[in-house]
Design a protein around this ligand. Sequence first.
Ligand code: PMP
Length: 417
Amino acid sequence: MVTAVNSVAQQAPVLDVMRRRQDFPILHREVHQHPLVYLDNAATSQKPWSVIEAERHYYAHYNANIHRGIHHLSQEATDAYEAVRDKVRDFIHASSREEIVFTRGTTEAINLVASSYGQCLQAGDEILITEMEHHSNIVPWQLLCQRSGAVLRVAPIDDAGQLIIEQFAGLLGPRTRLVGLTHMSNALGSINPVKALVELAHRSGAVVLVDGAQAVAHLPVDVADLDCDFYVFSGHKLYGPTGIGVLYAKLARLEAMPPYQGGGDMIKSVSFAGSTWNDLPYKFEAGTPNIAGGIGLGAAIDYVRNVGMSAIAAHEADLLAYASAQAKAFPGLSQIGTARDKGAILSFTLAGIHPHDVGTILDAQGVAVRTGHHCAMPVMERYGVPATVRASFALYNTRPEVDALFHGLAKVREIFG
Ligand code: PMP
């Protein structure tokens, strides 16, 4: 299991999970008279005090609009927000702060690339994605295909939920202009060999967008090493706030791209005869941004760096191994997604019981899991299931919480006979 994560795990410092749990106030509440067992981290993670406090502190002490104000509060807010850009740059190893564009999240970042970069696509060009993509890395490309006449191609996965590399390579051709692929699947947990795939795509002249919505909270990310053209993620899956995310793009790409949205902050000058655009990255940041969210994201990055991405990966690899062993022994449980290289996601069905019923009974015991198609309907179609139950782990989850999940599943079995 988890070759990449395992190799990180071997040298990783130990994560003191009980101490870390103290940092997350929500973990101390009860749900239906049971201690909360939060296993829906792939949908959104919980927030440590430092993130909550960073946002509160901004609103209580230096709330002001940024970039435009000469007054003191505006300068403080601008400095704090812009410092986060440097933090993000460093966190993902981008080479310059101009390459970091703030967005509302992964979805907006992908739509930005589809709308702006997508303008260079023409009828007959091809966009290649994979069968394991989240809807937000499918639908923007479908819309772009409708606008441009480009064609969407899909690289298939095998029964374990792994991309079939030979087929991916076979689908790359002289017409492939853009490849969109996830770093880690939210429905299956599969981790793609992104560096090798980027190299293949570049060899055939395509640019690559990597959806890092899941990976960024579980793996060290190095965009320089991956050599991808675009990397996108959301703050809220990285222990940060909702409504803030990041588009990383190579500088040359951003320089060549037209603006995404028009409005304040993205312009240098405006007249009725025409307007000129601001420098990077502001050309892509129209309007007042999510200032508090950005500041909260900075606190989240500080938090995970302090815990250590490799310690997080090691801890989660242990949880996944522990959960997978119990899953294998559980009667009637079929795992969906058994890739060799896999993040801390356990997706499954129970024979004869609808996933929503499983989720409801688990919820009554305080165990929060996700049930449904996980915004990856083509993955459900691939496995011939309407939905799965998904338990997804974070740095604060524990082995006793995994036990609570399986205790809950035993109850589901008991009720359904
Ligand atoms: N891609 C993947 C792999 C995801 O897991 C998600 C969130 N479930 C998204 C994209 C979309 O992220 P957001 O809703 O934060 O824009």
